[in-house]
Design a protein around this ligand. Structure first.
Ligand code: CAA
Length: 380
């Protein structure tokens, strides 16, 4: 892999995503954040440019971009707004279980429509009692003839209110713990599926987060992904795919904060000189630049391993933990450089700090990533 230059195609994708973020996302990011507004208009334009179906294989009508291509694009989009980008790329996480465990027929039925028309899918793993402990899922799936009866409550579901299709993890045998979990595709239109409470979040407020309720939902057996009992591994593999994506968001939001802080430090005059003249500011900015570069390299490696068809569990967690912790530090230091103004909503950096916080929590907290890393380096 040694070679740090992007291909011409990757530079073109990066350029397109950068322009989209600057022209379509940034100008609306603050308004949509304050109003907690789902940016349907932005998604329509993004879908038209292929920015929402890049991950879908060509045989399912998508662009068939590599994981690395997607991370390059996502850094740019998240530079525009991390909340909008979380919702914009959520189909990738939700449909990966179908791509990794589904039959050709299931891929055609459950993935291809997302390349044809703008619509949303959600990944329904988390429950009120099963967050970090994903194996502790209480939602049940009981086999009845040629269908399964699903009952349970999923929470913190990205795009939950807007999705037309859910990938749901449920227990087909609670006595087996994580080995009893199974994965299902659940169309929103099935009787018994409903959307519950919509969350009022600290950051990433343009992204929709809601409860999804399942009450005696009769799901056809042909919607089971893989075999009964394979659900936990399918979820873990999907997260291995998705975590470099979150790392790319983190690099994007950190870069946005760094650029704004550097520019402000050159303009803000105190004691008769721009604050950028102080070594205290130099050191903050130098650390930001160095760590953003390190986070980007870890992100690219996590994605590249996937493209090589190799297991990336450890590197995916390296990237996710390092980049999201870095994004929190950089956005916090950017607020510090802006001083009192940085704390005010009139200035852009407080939003970046609020948005960054979620990166350390969703798709596995920073602590869970360290658990994964420790297991990978000590026991495998
Ligand atoms: N690939 C393949 N198999 C894997 C795997 C991987 N990456 N990770 C684990 N497994 C397998 C193990 O080999 C083991 O297999 P056997 O049963 O055959 O031995 C099995 O899965 C259980 O593994 P562990 O013993 O490591 O499981 P654990 O119970 O200790 O938990 C965990 C592991 C990493 C903590 C896991 O529970 C986890 O990732 N938790 C965090 C969940 C998470 O990220 N939730 C986020 C929800 S999605 C979201 O946030 C999106 C949104 O919409 C907001």
């Amino acid at each position: 892999m040694i070679g740090f230059e992007l291909t011409q195609e990757q530079v073109a994708l990066q350029d397109m995503a950068r322009k989209f973020a600057a022209n379509e996302i940034r100008p609306k990011a603050v308004e949509y954040d304050h109003a907690s507004k789902f940016p349907e208009d932005i998604f329509e334009k993004a879908f038209g440019l292929g920015l929402m179906s890049g991950f879908i294989p060509e045989e399912c009508g998508g662009l068939g971009l590599s994981a690395l291509d997607s991370c390059i694009i996502e850094e740019e989009l998240a530079w525009g707004c991390t909340g909008i980008t979380s919702s914009m790329t959520c189909n990738g996480l939700a449909l990966t279980p179908v791509l990794v465990a589904g039959t050709d027929e299931q891929k055609k039925k459950f993935v291809a429509p997302f390349a044809e028309k703008l619509q949303y899918a959600s990944f329904c793993l988390t429950e009120p009692g099963a967050g970090s402990d994903a194996g502790g899922i209480a939602t049940t799936a009981k086999k009845e003839g040629d269908s399964y009866l699903l009952n349970g409550r999923k929470c913190f579901i990205t795009n939950g209110s807007h999705a037309s299709q859910y990938t749901v993890f449920a227990s087909t045998d609670r006595s087996k713990g994580h080995k009893g979990l199974s994965a299902f595709v659940v169309p929103r239109s099935l009787p018994g599926v409903s959307v519950g409470k919509k969350e009022d979040k600290m950051g990433q407020r343009a992204s929709d987060t809601a409860d999804v309720l399942l009450e005696d939902v009769k799901v056809p057996a042909e919607n089971l992904l893989g075999k009964e009992g394979e659900g936990f591994k399918i979820a873990m593999i999907a997260l291995d795919y998705a975590r470099p994506t979150v790392a790319a968001f983190a690099v994007g939001v950190a870069r946005a904060a760094f650029e704004l802080a550097m520019q402000y430090s050159k303009e803000r005059v105190q004691f008769g000189v721009p604050i950028a003249m102080n070594q205290a500011i130099h050191f903050l900015l130098a650390d930001m630049a160095m760590e953003i570069e390190a986070a980007r390299l870890l992100t690219y490696k996590g994605a590249w391993l996937l493209d090589m068809g190799k297991r990336n569990t450890k590197e995916s967690s390296f990237a996710k933990a390092f980049a999201s912790d870095l994004a929190m530090r950089v956005t916090t230091d950017a607020v510090q450089i802006f001083g009192g103004y940085g704390y005010m909503r009139d200035y852009p950096v407080e939003k970046l700090m609020r948005d960054a916080k979620l990166l350390q929590i969703y798709e596995g907290t920073s602590q869970i990533q360290r658990m994964v890393i420790a297991k990978e380096i000590m026991m495998r």
